[in-house]
Design a binder for this molecule. Structure first.
Ligand code: I3P
Length: 176
């Protein structure tokens, strides 16, 4: 069943270029392009803190046109990597960018990227590539470890379905 769901998920992302995995109740795009999440429905947070982020490529490995570094209060919640303006917005679960689905992503230290220190490269299962800069070596280790661990987890915390007559898909979080 999970295999089937995952295939649907990949099709959606290919169609839209960016991951749009709203949860029906727990994640909605609110005013000002904010992603409003319902904390009561979100899975546990394993790491949080500020990271600089740069998107190198979109889904399918297509070069990203928005290439500047942005600072986000970044959180791993379940198998999602979520982005907030600051800690206050995180408390309200008002996300500043679409979350990244970590299942089957690859993550390594970006040793070939020499312009900044403590940079991690994340490539998602649909071929999107992101660079993340941590504040120091310890933080880089911590984030990398948790990103790798989370990416390698079986698809078990999410359930998603397609609504009739729309192209929208949802992932619902289920407690297992
Ligand atoms: C980008 C910005 C990034 C830079 C990127 C630029 O310009 O300067 O910092 O990446 O270079 O396109 P803008 O802010 O106008 O979008 P690096 O820091 O990695 O050099 P790139 O296009 O070579 O990735």
């Amino acid at each position: 069943m999970y295999k089937n769901c995952f295939r649907h998920f990949r099709v959606t992302k290919a169609e839209n270029d960016i991951p749009r995995f709203n949860t029906r109740r727990s994640l909605r795009q609110g005013p000002n392009n904010r992603w409003k999440m319902d904390s009561s429905n979100m899975p546990p947070v394993t790491v949080e803190g500020f990271l600089e982020r740069k998107q190198q490529s979109n889904s399918g490995g297509k070069r990203s046109t928005i290439r500047s570094w942005k600072n986000y209060y970044t959180v791993i919640s379940g198998q999602l990597l979520c982005f907030f303006k600051d800690q206050g917005d995180f408390k309200d679960w008002k996300a500043a960018a679409a979350p990244i689905f970590l299942h089957n992503a690859t993550c390594e230290k970006a040793l070939d990227y020499t312009k900044k220190k403590h940079v991690i490269r994340l490539i998602t299962s649909d071929g999107s590539e992101f660079l993340f800069q941590a504040a120091n070596k310890e933080s880089q280790e911590d984030w990398q470890q948790k990103l790798v661990f989370t990416s390698n987890l079986r698809l078990m915390h999410h359930f998603h379905s397609r609504r009739k007559n729309t192209n929208k898909f949802w992932i619902r979080f289920v407690t297992m």
